[in-house]
Design a protein around this ligand. Sequence first.
Ligand code: AKG
Ligand code: FE2
Length: 357
Amino acid sequence: MGSTNGTDVSIPVIDISSPSLNVAKDILEAASTYGFVFVKNHEVGIPPEDIQGMFDLSRTFFSSPTEVKAECSINSSKAGKNRGWLSMHTETLDPAHQKRGDFKEAFNIGEFLNGKANQPLPAPLALEEPRIARFADQCHDLCNKVLRLFGAALEIPASEGGASWFSQRHDRAKGPSGSVLRLLYYPSVPAPPDKTDIRAGAHSDYGSVTLLFQLPSQPGLEILTPSNTWAPVPVNPTSLPTPPILVNIGDLLSYWTNGLLKSTVHRVIFPQPEEGEQSEDRYSIAYFCHPLDEARLVSVPSRAVKEFRSAEGEGQKIKVGYGGGVGEADEIMTAKDHLNRRLAATYGLKEEKPEAS
Ligand SMILES: O=C(O)CCC(=O)C(=O)O
Ligand SMILES: [Fe+2]
């Protein structure tokens, strides 16, 4: 899939601090072209010191002894589904093309209830629970701002919920969701032996929107462009001292919009250090924003979505994201069914039967 080292793409950088219809149309355009967009985080947004604090915490956690991390392994019965620590190679994001699992560790933190994580946390993270809860809240609020802009740009009729159509379905006061805050660590390793080895295999994200935080001098993220070539995503495409936050569209927003918004395939490659130079570790943080578990994946009531669907060919299967993300126009799932399906594929688990309702 895709040739390596494609041409650079210029992912738009958008200022959403004063939302307007123009801003909404700009972000929609980026989301339906690349599926990726940077939002400015300079002077407004998530305070840089809070982001830095999370990266410091992540470093402390991943450098802890294995026993400390393993206490809350994703495979342990107490961690809860899709939560806890993933050791190297536990997740295989592109099982069709990888011989070995991803060269990364991760820690997944699900939703908080009244500032408390709904899962056991290992000591280094438990000590900072309020900080993590605040950061997850800041991420969720930013996602809701972005979702409102999509609602506005799609001109959803007021009688159907208007610009709040998506954000209503992400209102955490109304019930649980699969949202996950994930710390990621890609250790530097000697040149991997197999050409299918990769830091994070090609995939699309499963939720509605993802926020991604990266650090200067730790590149590696690539997206599959509309011309089917891999293009690097810069860590900070601006000269602003505070890097913008990368937002990407996940499969659910693609479902909801019949593919108008693109759930773009991406991956993380090993760095290519100069001769004799040591490759760098990479730390990143992702917030996977998911709708309420019970949200139904029907088309949004929007003329633009309907017109897009007709232009693509009514009755055709909708191609959404990557691997397992193909839906039928008349197949209605809930967000929870969809998440279970995707998790079954990447962890090699058996698909959980939908609960009887
Ligand atoms: O670490 C990164 O830059 C990307 C991670 C990612 O795409 C994911 O975990 O879904
Ligand atoms: Fe991803």
